[in-house]
Design a protein around this ligand. Sequence first.
Ligand SMILES: [Fe+2]
Ligand SMILES: [Fe+2]
Length: 308
Amino acid sequence: MVKKNINYKFQKRIDNNIKIEPRDDMPDGYRFHLIRQISQHAHSEVIGMQPEANWITRAPSLRSKKILLAKVQDEAGHGLYLYSAAETLGASRSDLINKLHLKEAKYASIFNYPALTWSDIGAIGWLVDGAAITNQVSLQKTSYGPYSRAMIKICKEESFHQRQGFEIMIKMSQGTKEQKQMAQDSLNRFWWPSLMMFGPHDSDSTRSERAIKWKIKRESNDFLRQKFIDKTVPQADFLGLTIPDKKLKWNEKRNSYDFGEINWNEFWRVVNGGGPCNQKRINHHINAHKDGEWVRKALIKYSEKYDK
Ligand SMILES: [Fe+2]
Ligand SMILES: [Fe+2]
């Protein structure tokens, strides 16, 4: 009865668009859902540094190297805000990282694809950060205060990321024939995995309904995917590149693009560890985490000594 009352009061706050803060009463399900979602999001930010960091030493100019460095550093910052937001729910950061290393926690599957060429860095910024923004803009209105505030800060930086990617795509598609071909090849490889970033169809998304009721999730997977497609197709036209989908067609009645079916077998294979770089990404994270152990130890000693 008491629990029922808490749930009723809680839902009333949600329905009235009052943000939930760390010390507020909340149902266990809400807390666990958020810890899972926020930590998954944090892992994605940090693992996402790997395919791009791969190109820092090979960036074609000092300017592009500085921009890429700044972007990769931003992603580390996004991970930091998000791990901190998960900690406000009582999660321990080392526990979350442990789960990532044991493959019990997921991260965005897109980062299990390799960045093979410089124009992949363009496609990642344009499409992957572009898809991330579409999702994150809607999360600015999420019901949990610390998560929503982290999203506001992150979105400002993501739009810079999207533009840096698009700038590379403009340069490549207006360059030599070979460069334009390279840009087209990157679009061919990253288009479908970017659409997969929005997750399964709403009808197959088991946790979606509850997340929408709690206003953790503000828009459905299919709605956000359509929004991303509608804003990205004209950008591809501007670049003079072709989206690799024969079924892509403007639908006058829906005022949106119709598009082909996603390869869900590939989606689930990569989610479940069978992508081209899954093992590599985790191994790299485990090694980097081990290498950083002395820094964490030193910080703890320092705070024991001075932060009293
Ligand atoms: Fe990010
Ligand atoms: Fe980003």
